[in-house]
Design a protein around this ligand. Structure first.
Ligand code: SF4
Length: 96
């Protein structure tokens, strides 16, 4: 993968309460809960579209323009249509 400056998700660890919404909403599996906080486990999996941002109840996620590994488009092949539709529905549902 080619490194370069691009938009990538960043999680404010102070604001994150570990609800897991963003992990469920992430289409490409870039986020995981580690020790009760959401973190990017592989920046090559972050597409930078920010579907996770809409589901965070604590405004803990934002896009940051920084140097990062390029997005690995091969992960798109791992997306199963049914799970894609569920995740898209989640990001369009109102927050509780
Ligand atoms: S949705 Fe927000 S509060 Fe919930 S785990 Fe993700 S970053 Fe943390």
């Amino acid at each position: 993968m080619v490194r370069g400056v691009r938009f990538i998700v960043t999680v404010d660890q102070e604001r994150c309460t570990g609800c897991g919404n963003c992990v469920k909403a992430c289409l490409t599996g870039a986020l995981q809960l580690i020790n009760g906080k959401s973190k990017i486990v592989d920046e090559r999996r972050c597409d930078g579209f920010g579907s996770c941002i809409a589901v965070c109840p604590n405004n803990a996620i934002r896009l940051e323009l920084r140097d990062a590994e390029g997005f690995d488009w091969s992960v798109v092949n791992e997306i199963i249509f049914e799970s894609l539709m569920k995740k898209l529905a989640m990001t369009s549902a109102p927050l509780k």
